[in-house]
Design a protein around this ligand. Structure first.
Ligand SMILES: [Zn+2]
Ligand SMILES: [Zn+2]
Length: 339
């Protein structure tokens, strides 16, 4: 039996994920996040008048109870699943970004007349496109996340991400395939729509500034703080900065079991949309004591049965209950009613 296609696929996925500098999980960006975390932890210790030792620093960054947690093992399982299997089984978006983009541009041309080529320099149009596509990505992310929290049926699939009881950069991968499919299609709709409008406005197809096919602004945030959002290192933006950008502490608040934090901070890199739509919770400068997860660990928590298969049954039940009530889908997810 020839295993070489499987091995080359495995290695190809690995190098795409870790070596491409613009990837969501590039080694370079992880290293960058690590040094930023070291800086913040060291600065906090020095401010508190405590001694700085490499061993204590490493222990603060990689506490045994987090590294050895069952939750982290489940994150690792999802990391493997999403990196190597998701592409084969579910890795398609029903909506095609390109088809939608050209369709919107054609529709606008049919409605408002043919496109006029722009006289603007290419660097200007590319910058505008880069910013617009980033904002469209962020808005699509926010809306998908909002629906995932507010619609019971969708919440059952998103809850998998929230069932993590400790946060590590691997938790980013702890997302159910159904959530991922809906997310990818909403993203394709938002970015395709924005791209079509831009294509019509500038009268040409230009491309965003990117790195490894990712929007360069998004890549910037991945390097600076996206990985740190799924850690327990408290780095918070307050004041106006906290209204614009989703600091690591913002997202840690999002994972909190405290009812005061439920359904808050739904953005990805930006806090802007949360601020605009009233779902923002700006964290304090000093660390807040947080517990993570949605409910006490239930039977089969952090297992394939509990995190991959059971959500289908719970989502079907949520849907059935919604239909039986013959009313619109409940706006508040069951676990989040505790408040
Ligand atoms: Zn969430
Ligand atoms: Zn998260």
């Amino acid at each position: 039996m020839d295993f070489s296609p499987g091995i080359s696929y495995f290695l190809g996925q690995l190098s795409k994920a870790f070596l491409a500098p613009g990837s969501h999980v590039s080694l370079l960006s992880l290293l960058c996040a690590f040094f930023i975390a070291v800086f913040f932890v060291a600065a906090r210790r020095l401010r508190g008048g405590r001694r700085l030792r490499l061993r204590t620093l490493l222990r603060a960054l990689f506490p045994k109870h987090i590294v050895m947690s069952r939750s982290t093992v489940a994150d690792l399982g999802y990391f493997y699943f999403n990196l190597f299997l998701f592409g084969i089984i579910f890795g398609w978006a029903l909506l095609s970004y390109e088809v939608l983009s050209h369709g919107v541009a054609d529709l606008l041309a049919a409605t408002f007349g043919p496109r006029q080529p722009t006289a603007l320099p290419a660097a200007v149009t590319r910058t505008v496109i880069t910013v617009m596509l980033f904002l469209a990505y962020e808005l699509g992310y926010w809306l998908n996340h909002y629906l995932s929290h507010r619609v019971s049926f969708l919440w059952e699939f998103h809850k998998v991400h929230h069932s993590a009881t400790v946060l590590t950069p691997l938790t980013n991968f702890r997302v159910h395939p159904i959530y991922m499919c809906i997310f990818l299609n909403i993203l394709a709709a938002f970015t395709g729509l924005a791209s079509g409008v831009i294509e019509y406005a500038f009268g040409q197809t230009t491309h965003q500034y990117g790195l490894s096919e990712n929007n360069i602004i998004l890549v910037f945030f991945i390097y600076v703080y996206v990985h740190l959002q799924h850690t327990q290192v408290w780095i918070s933006f307050t004041g106006w900065l906290g209204r614009l950008f989703m600091s690591p502490a913002h997202h840690q608040i999002h994972h909190s079991r405290n009812p005061a934090h439920f359904n808050k901070n739904l953005g990805s890199c930006l806090a802007l949309w949360d601020w605009m739509f009233g779902t923002l919770y700006v964290p304090s400068a000093e660390p807040e004591k947080l517990e993570f997860g949605v409910e006490p660990d239930r039977a089969h928590a952090h297992t394939i049965r509990g995190e991959l298969i059971a959500p289908f049954g719970r989502a079907a039940l949520a849907l059935k209950q919604s239909i039986e009530r013959r009313s619109p889908v409940p706006l508040v997810a069951p676990e989040q009613k505790r408040a």
